[in-house]
Design a protein around this ligand. Structure first.
Ligand code: ADP
Length: 232
């Protein structure tokens, strides 16, 4: 079953009175429960593409259908609702709220959704990522890997069907990065969460079932992992 359908997607930014095309004619369909990597040189449009797929931003042309919902027909507020209900997102620089503790950061989306026992549920999520004993720490008191795991707990608070991650290991050392990657794939295996990862890390990209290469705002290749472990 398709969870994400992208058709003829295009995005331009307005800069100095001119339209600057960043993505053109992007089309692909991702099946629920699978794992995907989007790779490509810096500036090729990967982050923009991820943001459009996750409903963080609106496309200039074309369509994105996320879990059966056509995002281009929605207002900004409606897109935010879809994100809250269906999507998890993690960023390279974690984007935790610095004035809140780890626990409070994870509680924010739970409270927004009116969850009654947000603190209990947030603690369970922190336990899941191995950080329950750090729940009163503020982001600056946590290492990069710990902050990314808090971000992961927060992203998983709504049990998303699909998780988008922009360079999730970009700021982490090799050992910490392995822990975060293992957690991501564990959640995929156990909960069937679709993973869409933008990454420079070829080892991480190699673990996914499908690899989409982007260059100059276009998809230049789309390959599926064969049973043998090599790309078809
Ligand atoms: P990547 O993630 O592959 O490095 P991005 O999607 O971040 O690429 O950026 C693609 C291009 O779009 C770059 O040239 C970048 O400067 C431009 N860009 C990204 N966001 C904006 C924006 N908000 N306004 C104008 N140009 C942007």
């Amino acid at each position: 079953m398709a969870i994400l359908r992208v058709e003829q997607l295009g995005k331009s930014y307005r800069s100095g009175g001119r339209e600057l095309p960043v993505l053109q004619n992007i089309s692909f369909t991702l099946n629920a429960g699978d794992t995907f990597a989007i790779v490509g040189p810096s500036g090729s449009g990967k982050t923009t593409l991820l943001g459009l797929c996750a409903g963080l931003d609106a496309a200039t042309t074309g369509s994105v259908e996320l879990n059966g919902i056509r995002l281009e027909r929605l207002s900004e507020d409606e897109r935010a609702q879809v994100r809250n209900q269906h999507v998890g997102f993690i960023f390279q620089n974690f984007q935790l709220i610095p004035t809140l503790t780890a626990l409070e950061n994870v509680m924010v989306p739970l409270e927004l959704r009116g969850e009654k026992q947000a603190d209990k549920r947030a603690l369970e999520l922190l336990e899941r990522v191995g950080l329950h004993n750090r729940h009163h720490h503020y982001p600056t008191q946590l290492s990069g890997g710990e902050q990314q795991r808090v971000a992961l707990a927060r992203a998983f608070s709504n049990q998303p069907k699909i998780l988008f991650a922009d360079e999730p290991t970009g700021n982490l050392d090799a050992e910490t990065s392995e822990k975060v990657v293992n957690l991501l794939f564990e959640l995929n295996r156990e909960q069937g969460t679709t993973l869409v990862l933008v990454t420079h890390d070829l080892e991480l990209a190699g673990k996914t079932q499908r690899l989409i290469r982007v260059k100059g705002g276009q998809v230049i290749s789309d390959s599926v992992m064969a049973e043998s472990g090599s790309r078809l």
